[in-house]
Structure formats: C-alpha cells, structure tokens
Design a protein around this ligand. Structure first.
Ligand code: 5GP
Length: 114
C-alpha cells in the first residue's frame, strides 16, 4: 500500500498538518486521530518503511527521533508525569501507515499492554 505518501506530503508541507518541529532529519506533527490528550508523531524525513529497516547505517536517525520525542514531551509538559513512546511494526504490531514513525502519547494515565 502506498499510504506512506501521506507522511511524505506532510513532511514536504504539501498537505496540511500541525507540524510542531522540523529539522533536516525529522519532522514531528500532531496525530490526526489522537488516542491521548498529547499524541505526536515523529518521523524521519528520509523514508524508512518499518522498524525492520533500522540498521547500523541509519541508527543515528532513530536516536535523533528519540531526542525529539523527549524534547516534545518536555515542551508539552508531560515529561514529569510520564508518557509512552511506541513504534508499531507491520500487521501484528498494528502499523497502519507504511512509513516508520514514533508515537509520543501522554497527558493521561495510559494503559499498559502487559
Ligand atoms: P500506526 O498505526 O501506523 O502506528 O499509526 C499511524 C497513525 O497515523 C495513526 O495514529 C493515525 O491517526 C495517523 N494518521 C493517519 N493519517 C494521518 C494524516 O493524514 N495526518 C496525521 N497528522 N496523522 C495521520
């Protein structure tokens, strides 16, 4: 499925979304269908399909995504109470958009899966 084009268009600002942060490596924007009071997606600007495609060459991008997620959590003042950072991978992981993204969720007590 070509739904990864949605995130590519958001990154390039070809379709509207609430972009909260962007640099040369990542873009962070609000989820269109938030599952918590704070629900931000952090994506690499250069296409990576799934977590399976993280490797030694691009691992610095993932580290940067984490840093920006944490920066967003601090800016949204959810870092003290806490939050979840989630990456869904493929069918069983519940990945709907075929473009690697990190969910930052917070602002409410979140359920655990285990
Ligand atoms: P996944 O299930 O793939 O881990 O998460 C995909 C997320 O992308 C969902 O939370 C969904 O609400 C969000 N999403 C899907 N389409 C759009 C869109 O066009 N704009 C924004 N901002 N978020 C989207």
């Amino acid at each position: 499925m070509n739904n990864h084009l949605i995130f590519q268009k958001i990154i390039k600002r070809e379709i509207s979304s609430n972009i909260l942060y962007q640099d040369q490596i990542v873009t962070a924007f609000e989820d269109i269908n938030p599952k918590a009071p704070i629900h931000i997606l952090i994506v690499p600007n250069d296409f990576i399909k799934t977590a399976n495609d993280i490797n030694q060459k691009n691992q610095n991008i993932i580290a940067h995504m984490f840093c920006i997620a944490i920066k967003m959590a601090k800016e949204k003042k959810i870092s003290k109470d806490g939050y979840k950072i989630i990456i869904n991978c493929n069918k069983n992981g519940g990945q709907e958009i075929n473009y690697l993204h990190m969910h930052l969720l917070g602002g409410i007590k979140l359920k655990t899966l285990y």
